[in-house]
Design a binder for this molecule. Sequence first.
Ligand code: ADP
Ligand code: MG
Length: 278
Amino acid sequence: MTSNHLQVDHVTRNFKLDTGTLTALADVSLDVAKGEFVTIVGASGCGKSTLLRLLAGLDVTSAGTVRHAGEVVAEPSLDRGIVFQEPRLFPWLTVEQNVALGLLNSKLPKARKAELVNEHLELVGLVGFGGAYPHQLSGGMAQRAGIARGLVSRPNVLLLDEPFGALDAITKARLQDELQEIWAKENVTMVLVTHDVEEAVYLGDRVVVMSPRPGRIREIVPVKLARPRRRTSSESVAVRDRVLGSLHETTEPAQPSSIPSPQTPEWDRPKPAVALAH
Ligand SMILES: Nc1ncnc2c1ncn2[C@@H]1O[C@H](COP(=O)(O)OP(=O)(O)O)[C@@H](O)[C@H]1O
Ligand SMILES: [Mg+2]
């Protein structure tokens, strides 16, 4: 087995609801190599966030195991950074203090922590903004601070849950490029969840396509395109088509299970496939 990689081994995650049991993930297996950039796409509710939380150690499996560098993942670790869609910055703390939260459980000396915070503000292009408060930042800057906080402990894995989902298209494209540069420079393993097929194909070495109800891996599409990639190249478009085809195969209402069952809460019923087409 390769050291220092992620291994999701026959993982199932059930949630108990008043109406019964909801299987968010059913028998999911996935290996991620050290330094790999894996992206995960799928319709809303197919278990992407659940899978990422399990990888982070923020949740526990109902069956199966998650391993990082051969060790069973049971709790969060400084070796695994995490970035969410909303940057989740504390409004009463400065950018610097927010980034330093990524070192809260670290035993490093104070001076080294300050050094790491500065290094990572530089890495994400926020030099000069350490003393600013979150409300003074644009959405893109706030997410850069979120990425700095995820990386400040120098984890070997960074887990990102729709990190650019709330950003405008131009900012999003810029941050995708910046993230890719950081990945190339820092040799960090990245697992990025998105519902944006273009993003998944632009960034991923492999695109994991998930299907809903229950959440499973439908297909893993390799993206064998040299970087930097061109979003509009015919090769990129062809891979996108393949991923979209795989997604639509699974998000078209199936018969007869598309009829909402009592186990499916109203806020979680199948959403039209068209929601993915952006
Ligand atoms: N803590 C929880 N309690 C109950 N149901 C949950 C919980 N977390 C997720 N779910 C359900 O599990 C399914 C997968 O959710 P999630 O992983 O958030 O999907 P995605 O991120 O792909 O949109 C959904 O049906 C969701 O409602
Ligand atoms: Mg999610």
